[in-house]
Design a protein around this ligand. Sequence first.
Ligand code: ADP
Ligand code: ZN
Ligand code: ZN
Length: 744
Amino acid sequence: MFADVSFPISSYQVFTYRIPKDLSENVEIGVRVRAPFGTKENAQGVVVNLKRKAGFKGKVRSIGGIIDETPLFDETLWELINWVSRHYITPLGQVMRSAVPSQLSRSYSPPEHLLVQLNSVTAEEISALETRAPRQFQVIKLLENQETGVPVASLNSTMPNTAAVCLALEKKGYVSVARVPRIPDLSDLSITPVKKEVKFNKAQEQIVAEMEAKLRKESFSSYLLHGVTGSGKTEIYIHLAQRAEEEGRRSILLLPEIALTPQIAGRFRAVFGEKVAIWHSRMTNAERAWTWRQICSDAFTVVVGARSAIFTPLKNVGLIVVDEEQESGFKQESPAPRYHARDVALMRGKLSAALTVLAGATPSMESYYNQAMGKLNYLRLKRRYGAAKYPRVHMVNLTTEREETEDYSIILSRLLQEKMKDRLEKGEQIILLQNRRGFAPVVSCGDCGFVEMCNQCHITLTFHKAGETLKCHYCNFQKSCPTTCPSCSSTRILLGGTGTQKVEEKLVELFPEIRCVRMDSDTTRGKGAYTRILTKFSEGGYDVLLGTQMIAKGLDFPNVTLVGIINADTGLYLPDFRAGERTFQLIYQVAGRSGRGDKPGEVVIQSNNPDHSVIKAAARLDLEKYYNVCLSERRELLYVPFSWMAKVELCGKKRREVEVCAELLLKRLRDKPKHLEILGPAPCPIERLRGNYRYQIIFKSSKEKDPNGQSLHRFLQNNLVDRGFLKRQKGVTLQVDVDPVSLL
Ligand code: ADP
Ligand code: ZN
Ligand code: ZN
């Protein structure tokens, strides 16, 4: 027998190998194998086909060994992987590399820890402890609120040496203590593992009832659940996952960036305990390998994870939820496959006959349009749960503010300062958004206008306070900040623009007593840093949480009553058709962080363009209006969701070579269907990146003429793949991005 093997290289070609006798039982489609390939003796590939004849004249080599004893995937998942390969025009071997942990070694198992859970104890028994063993009493009180076992270590924040206390309680039979593997990353997530009485209100009840009915049917159905933040969507997911579990079905919850949303994972943990697996890119290979194996052996009923969790090998999936489906974090930009987890989720839902829910407070244009066209069922939660109300929004025109205060480098307007002072006095909390890290994003000379740029990228360098360095936020190049201008030797170096560090400095200057924490990718590098910051903030350890867009998502702090957006225009004028949509969503989401509890919230938006349609609609928290404006623009220009799009990016060290290659490709593409629009080739807006010149060609195929995108796909497949254009270019690499999210 022979096997065709696909390797994780950017080639569609599969390679034929002989299957040695001793492996003939184990080599199946979907099994990963080791085989000699090129100069490598033991390259790792995946079997994509079995056949009796080699059908190949040259010397056929043999498979060296297998990596997995059984196929990694069931049929559904294998089909999904194949769909991803076709849809995103990416060789199967490459898709596999993204989908599966590189080695599934058995050698690792996570350290164990103690879990404690309350048995049935009578009220008398408990009250008897109160005076005789106050520490035991305290532990019981803590456990009373928990639905599942609680890590003993997590009780340590309330008192020392809880292990001894728990063991004493176990002797009395009041609790059970078990030693179990510490599920990677789960034990860090216990921010709010408190059991909650959930009583759905009418609107929630209706939604739950409809979705439950679909879940029972065991056929594919897809929803857009459009609910304002705080409307109880997460409670609904939890409830549905419980229903699914009762029927023996499994659930996947995708979050845009799980490290940023520990609260949601924590809430699942509170309900499903050790039955929840976490899956994200910050886990180590070993942790992922262990988790993968456990999932295969059906140890978990729920996987909560980032985009790649959509490929985890849960069997019998009944529910897939994509929370905050509009987030660009669901799109993998690099390496290939450049897949969008939301679209893969819909496909997996279809293949698994699962209830598939795309959810969010600000649906993407694509999903909003799809529900309007009847492709997604639409359900809406318009009100926040409980007393929480929409915040009141104030707009500050930064231009007039500068003139009136004669402060031309103003960061915090008078209104924002006043409101902050008020909250600080009342002991309420504040969230401030400045969507740029570092101190100053533009460093220039005050005399000749020279601007510090990255040598490798067409991007300004950002000044960072630590060590007074200049950093490129694209390629991470660093150098120390010059004290004189490299061009004219002037000493007037200006630190222009505003990053989070500058805001922080200003805060301390204005409110010397302030307890402020900065959250951006500089302060959250270490493992667990997010959780630490958020936990301390939620416990009232800080007055102000200041950060980039990472503070906008999914956070629920009842004591936050003021949100300030330092500069709403950041990102508004980027040369990308989604710039407006992103800006709107960011403002809308951050605004939603204010007034989540009983106290009413306020939002102060500072902008230089208060009359810009995007800023205006965001300030009114008026989604429909915004969608309509945006959709009509997109229709006119034939952008998503009115077309299928793809982008081919050409990239190389020499500009001329890239240009020539782009022109050559364009010539190839002359013979195109009429409804297909081709833009470019043109330099990408960020023309130079990490030392490479970048050109792009953009394809738009009208949905009216090409309802399923088949025609665009066939065109790309024929012209790029079948004719070998994707691999043959000297000095230039080509990348295809189907359904691109960013055109920068
Ligand atoms: P979303 O996911 O839409 O942002 P959440 O599910 O986080 O909303 O709900 C916001 C808050 O309201 C949470 O603290 C949640 O526990 C609470 N909540 C929502 N619905 C209910 C309900 N039916 N019963 C009790 N609490 C609820
Ligand atoms: Zn100068
Ligand atoms: Zn750079």
